[in-house]
Design a protein around this ligand. Structure first.
Ligand SMILES: [Zn+2]
Length: 100
């Protein structure tokens, strides 16, 4: 399992949250069902993961998908985070769904 699961924290107790399940609402929007890993808290949540911008263009773009390009400052910050070895949200979802 990716260590990145610990980057999503329960807003109440600040413990790690597990992604229990996720459902595609739209090619750009996924609903996620989250569960706090603190047994003394037990909170569960519904959250949304929305694709809002292109960071780099697709090699074979779908004409039905219209996304603005992220500005240069956002792209630069992403490169810096990538260099700091943060893990992508897809890795979190893949790891969580593989456990189910
Ligand atoms: Zn909690």
């Amino acid at each position: 399992m990716s260590g990145s699961v610990y980057k999503i924290r329960c807003p109440h107790c600040r413990h790690a949250i597990r992604v229990r399940n996720s459902v595609e609402q739209h090619p750009l929007l996924r609903s996620m069902y989250l569960q706090c890993t603190n047994v003394n808290c037990g909170a569960t949540y519904r959250a949304g993961m929305e694709i809002t911008h292109l960071m780099s263009p697709a090699a074979d773009p779908n004409p039905a998908i219209e996304l603005p390009m992220a500005d240069a400052a956002i792209r630069r910050a992403a490169v810096e985070r990538e260099n700091a070895k943060q893990v992508d949200i897809d890795d979190i979802l893949q790891d969580e769904l593989a456990v189910e």
